[in-house]
Design a protein around this ligand. Structure first.
Ligand code: HPA
Ligand code: ZN
Length: 352
């Protein structure tokens, strides 16, 4: 069986679709680097740093990864991050992620990090940012993966705390490209962070925010109109509001969708009911991402292959998702063109 693709995109047999999904170059734009901490690394760092953790073994910890909603995950995610103390810990965590990303043919990654989770425990901003930044530089040099950092504010904390965090990060302004908003969504609408996002915009930083993961379409409107973000993280609740869908399509506001995350946090009852296909078919710049791969059961290629197997998305959608990930990334147009050419070469090599 074959699928017809638009324009000059070659036709690819459905049997070869999983291999194509794995082989095609892609950008990852929604990955919390603390969410890439594998249980084995949590235990190794706990031992190295003499930090007590609540679980007796790796298996014991993995058994706790049975989430019912976002908050049930966040409680365990913050506990896992407590083993990170020194610059080298942040480096090791990011380096392990980049090895996985390179294996999945991720050519570019924009990494979220949560400094408040660490500075609240007495870890310096320098240790966090310098460790992550050094790993980004080495990923480019040794793995050919380009990477940059996006500093996220925790929305369950106050805007004053976010403002203080931005001020603390300013000595490292050249080591991160943007700011985002994450953590507990319900009850913490984006406009709570209007002033800190204005400051970030005036500093020339890129702006993104989680909105419409569990929260209503109104939070997506607020992220767009009040915070003036360039991308929406998750955004899957947008389908409930036709006017919002039109706005997202018209302004080509990307959505960084995370299917396995949505499954594990019970945003959708099963992957077959995920609305990614509907978002793409409505003309939105939707992308696939892993969110917190160590907790949600898969990195990029698992997100692609499992979602396609469950929903029946086609090679045409695969091409769209890869080009969307390049379009949505914060890099120069010339670099995006290089990746699109690489994508075309991979599709050509899979042509029937
Ligand atoms: N949503 C909100 N906050 C988060 C997430 C998420 O999916 N992952 C890590 N922090
Ligand atoms: Zn996220």
């Amino acid at each position: 069986m074959t699928t017809t693709l638009p324009g000059n995109v070659p036709t690819v047999s459905l049997e070869r679709l999983p291999d194509l999904l794995r082989a095609m170059p892609k950008a990852e734009l929604h990955i919390h680097i603390e969410g890439s901490l594998e249980p084995e690394l949590i235990f190794a760092l706990a031992q190295r740093n003499n930090v007590q953790i609540l679980y007796a073994s790796v298996e014991d910890l993995k058994r706790a990864y049975a989430f019912t909603n976002l908050q049930s995950f966040l409680d365990i995610y913050y506990a896992g991050a407590s083993v990170l103390l020194h610059e080298q810990d942040f480096y090791d965590m990011a380096q392990a992620y980049f090895v996985r990303a390179a294996a999945d043919n991720v050519v570019h990654a924009e990494l979220f990090f949560d400094p408040q989770t660490h500075t609240a425990r007495g870890v310096s901003m320098a240790a966090v940012i310098n460790g992550l930044h050094r790993a980004c530089e080495d990923a480019k040099a040794t793995l050919g993966v380009s990477a940059s950092l996006i500093l996220c504010f925790l929305r369950h904390l106050s805007e004053e705390d976010a403002l203080a965090t931005l001020a603390q990060a300013l000595p490292f302004r050249d080591k991160f490209i943007g700011v985002g908003l994450d953590s507990s969504e319900l009850g913490h609408s984006p406009e709570k962070f209007a002033r800190v996002f204005t400051q970030a915009r005036e500093l020339g930083l890129h702006l993104v925010a989680h909105a419409g993961e569990e929260g209503p379409p109104a939070y997506i409107w607020s992220a767009l109109d009040v915070l003036q973000v360039e991308r929406i993280d998750h955004g899957v609740q947008a389908v409930k509001d036709p006017d919002l869908m039109q706005r997202l399509a018209r302004d080509r506001i990307p959505l960084t969708v995370c299917p396995l995350s949505n499954l594990k946090l019970c945003v959708f009852p099963d992957l077959a009911q995920h609305n990614l296909g509907a978002l793409l078919d409505a003309g939105l710049v939707a992308t696939i991402n892993s969110d917190d791969p160590a907790y949600f059961g898969g990195y990029m290629n698992e997100n692609f292959t499992q979602t396609f197997a469950a929903t029946g998305l086609t090679a045409e959608h695969a091409y769209q998702l890869a080009t969307n990930s390049f379009e949505a990334s914060f890099v120069d147009a010339a670099v995006k063109q290089v990746w699109r050419d690489q994508l075309d070469a991979v599709f050509a090599s899979f042509a029937t």
